[in-house]
Design a protein around this ligand. Sequence first.
Ligand SMILES: [Zn+2]
Length: 337
Amino acid sequence: MMNEYGGPDVLALAEPELAEPRPDEVRLRVLAVAVNHLDADLRSGVSRMDLRLPHVLGREIVGVVEAVGDAVVDRRPGDRVLALPNTPCGRCERCLAGRANLCPRADMPGITRWGGYARHAVVAGRGLLDIGDLDPVLAASTPISFGTAWRTLYSIGRLAPGEWVLAPGAAGGLGHAVVQLAKLGGAHVVGLVGDPAKADFVSALGADAVLSTRDDDWPQRARAATGGAGFDVIVEHIGGDVFEAALGTLAPTGRMVVAGGHAGEHPRLDVIETFRNEYELRGSRSQRPDEIARVLALVAAGRLSPRVDAVLPLADAAHAHRALAQRRVLGKQVITP
Ligand SMILES: [Zn+2]
C-alpha cells in the first residue's frame, strides 16, 4: 500500500480490512501480480493519472474467486481467473464501435481501484478470463506485455509473414513479447537493446539479429540487416533518440507504432522523410479483451513464453521497483502475495 507519492520506499506493508464485493464485483485471493513500469510511474506521480490515496498498485492480477457479488451470475468461488487490466464499460460509443481499449470509463485495477499488490483484490465481475490450469505466474506476466505486442504488431501494425520488425527495448516486458509474437507470425526481427549483455537473451527468443543502441551506427546496421530495405513495422516505446533514429530505418509505407516514450516524450519528427516515404505513425493504447484472450491462449498452448525474471513476496515490492529503475530486469517480475 502507498500513502503518498514518492520513491520505492513509499510501498509499505499494511493490513487493510477485507473488502466485500459489491453486486457487480468479485473478490479474489491473489495468486500472482506482475510488476509494470506504469506501476513505478503511478507510484512516483509522473504517470499523468491521479490516484486516490491510500492506494494499492498492481495491474495484472491472477487469483482464485473467493466471494461473488449477487449480480455476477457466471462466476463461482474457486474459479481461477485473470482480471483484465482494463475492463471496458461495454456501453459507450467506443466500446460499441469495437474500440474498447479506448473506453473512457474502463475499470482499471491498480489505477481506478485498488490493485493486486495485496493478498486480496476486489475486481469487476465482467472483466475476468479463465486461466484453467495455467501457472498463475505466467498468466500474470501475459496481458500487458503480450496483449500490447499483439495490438501493436497485428491489430495496428498489420504485420504479414516475411516482413521485417524492429523491436527496441527487446529484453524488457513488451520487447521480449514483440520478438516472440513477430517470430510466431513468420516475420523477421531485429532486437534492439541498451546493455549489450542482454543480447544473448534476445537472440534466444528468436531474434534474427540483435544490436545495441550504444553503437552509434546501429541504425545503419539495422537497415543492413534487412538487406537495405528497412523495417515494415517498428514497435517503439523508448522515445527520444531511439524514436528519431528508428523512424529513419522504416521501409517506404512502413508503420511505426508508439506505445511509450520514457527516454524523451518530445522527439523530433522528420516530416519530409515521413511524407516522402508515406510512413504511418500510430499510437497504441492498452489492449482489447479479445487481444488478451488470444495471447493468453497462446501462452497456455506453450507457443509463447513470458520470461519471468523474478518471483517475489509482497514485502519485496519496493525491491522490484528498484530493479526496474536500474534496468536490471529481463522480461517480467511477479509478486506472489
Ligand atoms: Zn466503454
